[in-house]
Design a protein around this ligand. Structure first.
Ligand code: ADP
Length: 480
């Protein structure tokens, strides 16, 4: 398992200020130490990425795509080993981690295909003898800053289109989960990526980001993380007019209409809510259920939730692993206590499960009925396995409550009639919507938010377009 940084084409453990511990959240054991880099290493990485960028951009798209195709293949071939790394550093059940590897591979495949389909275009001008030509150029050196909840996929979403487009990429994974990033970099190099194309650094997030964003040579930042950090980075990007994609916090509503298929809605709720123990940015946080079916939905979802196996992610059949760290557990506790203090009714869960010799970090799947928008869990994402249910009397009320949040990443609508269900879905202020579907993300489709959830899209041709600039040439040809 690689634990060093990839800087200027070489694996190195040199750092200005010691090392960072990587801890398994399911055991509290230190599983690795990685370099604690700062400004000087960030600058070396940037120098190298900047130097190599023109050469990578000049490499034919088919050749760049070949590296990405090979990477997709090798990711799938090494799925089990990579899944174990993900589970060890972020805690999610192995089956989910394996799904994340597959999902990551699809981003490489998709970016490879999209870049080969991206052609020059002609614009019909109204000037005789002048041809309008539109082409796509690589943005330049790009920076990626990623979170811990999908340590491989969040990087894949950025690295794949960046490399496809001809950009070189600087990457700073989350301090909690750098090992998946190193594993991905190893695979890319093995598949023929010129080493200077990708730099992977761990360490002091603030000084690494400041060094990159204030330099002037980094032309794009793609960030996935909290809205608060996103704001800070946007301010820094303003200095050198760095182009940005921001995938920030979510606060998805899960609307269930009166005529919904309850079986499908219960299954969907479990699937969408409990992935990674509720620690994904598209996990539903506000369940808005029509009053005619609210009590039946509540009873059924609670019975199903209480049966999910809570265990370290490495154990077979684990469905709920540990939360990432103690602060995450405290946040869930605070949200649950606040909801109960304000009149919420605990239907199941509501505490951590004790597992011998394990840290107190395994939060039980929790269902709270009788919720309302005055509660903390309706204001911001809980990032834990909690289903707060509010009953609503109409579609209008559900839409109003859903849209009252400043966040707008994902939403879900379950209903028995396509026309009405779609009509409700289309009124939601968010970027990604599941319509009788609990797993809307797909590498071929655009993923991203509106309002405080950010801007920019990842996936498909939309993800690729974030890494190209459009160049227009008005050409008067003198050739005979
Ligand atoms: P989370 O709450 O999910 O940890 P953060 O926004 O704090 O979300 O972290 C997401 C990523 O942003 C991580 O890689 C983290 O190291 C990085 N990060 C956090 N603070 C800063 C900062 N001030 N400047 C640059 N990157 C940061």
């Amino acid at each position: 398992m690689e634990t060093r940084n990839l800087i200027a084409g070489r694996w190195t453990d040199i750092s200005s200020s010691g090392s960072l511990e990587v801890v398994d959240p399911a055991s509290d054991k230190v599983i690795a130490r990685v370099p604690m880099c700062g400004a000087s290493e960030a600058l070396s990485a940037l120098n190298s990425a900047y130097e190599f960028q023109p050469e990578w951009e000049a490499t034919p798209p088919a050749q760049r795509a070949a590296v990405l195709h090979a990477t997709a293949k090798l990711l799938v071939a090494r799925k089990d080993a990579l899944a174990r790394i993900i589970t060890q550093e972020c805690g999610k059940p192995l089956a989910e981690a394996a799904g994340e590897v597959q999902y990551s591979a699809e981003y490489f495949l998709c970016a490879a295909n999209e870049i080969q389909a991206l052609n020059e275009m002609e614009v019909a001008l109204d000037r005789p003898g002048v041809r309008g030509v539109v082409r796509h150029r690589a943005v330049g050196v790009c920076a990626a800053i990623t979170p811990w909840n999908f340590p491989l996929a969040m990087l894949a979403r950025k690295i794949a289109p960046a490399l496809a487009a001809g950009c070189t990429q600087l990457a700073k994974p989350a301090e909690e989960t750098p090992l998946s990033a190193f594993a991905l970099a190893e695979i890319l190099l093995e598949c023929g990526l010129p080493p200077q194309c990708l730099q992977v650094l761990t360490g002091d997030a603030k000084s690494i980001a400041t060094t990159w964003l204030m330099d002037g040579r980094v032309r794009k930042l793609s960030f996935t993380g909290s809205t608060e950090t996103g704001r800070l980075l946007l301010r820094q990007c303003a200095q050198e007019i760095v182009r940005c994609s921001m995938e920030l916090g979510g606060h998805a509503a899960f609307i269930i209409l009166a005529d919904a298929d309850l079986q499908l809605a219960v299954q969907g709720a479990l699937q969408a809510k409990f992935r990674n123990a509720g620690q994904t940015c598209i996990c539903p946080n506000r369940f808005l259920v029509h009053e005619n079916i609210a009590s039946e939905f509540t009873a059924r979802v609670a019975v199903a939730a209480a049966q999910l196996k809570i265990a370290p992610g490495m154990e077979a059949d684990s469905k709920i692993g540990p939360l990432i760290h103690d602060a995450a557990v405290e946040k869930v506790r605070a949200h649950v206590a606040d909801a109960l203090a304000r009149g919420g009714k605990l239907v199941c869960g509501g505490r951590t499960k004790e597992i011998p010799d394990r840290p107190d970090r395994f939060y039980e799947p929790t269902v709270i009925a009788n919720c309302d928008p005055s509660m903390l869990c309706f204001e911001e994402e809980t990032f834990g396995p909690v289903i707060p249910i509010m009953s609503v009397s109409s579609e209008r009320e559900a839409i109003e409550v859903a849209n009252s949040s400043p966040f707008g990443l994902a939403g879900y609508v379950f209903g028995g009639n396509d026309k009405t269900t779609l009509a409700v879905a289309q009124q939601l202020q968010c970027g990604v919507i599941g319509v009788n579907e609990a797993v809307p993300s797909n590498a071929r489709a655009p993923f991203g938010g509106v309002k405080w959830s950010g801007f920019g899209r990842e996936g498909g041709v939309w993800g690729l377009m974030e890494y190209v600039t459009t160049q227009y040439l008005a050409v008067r040809s003198l050739d005979k």
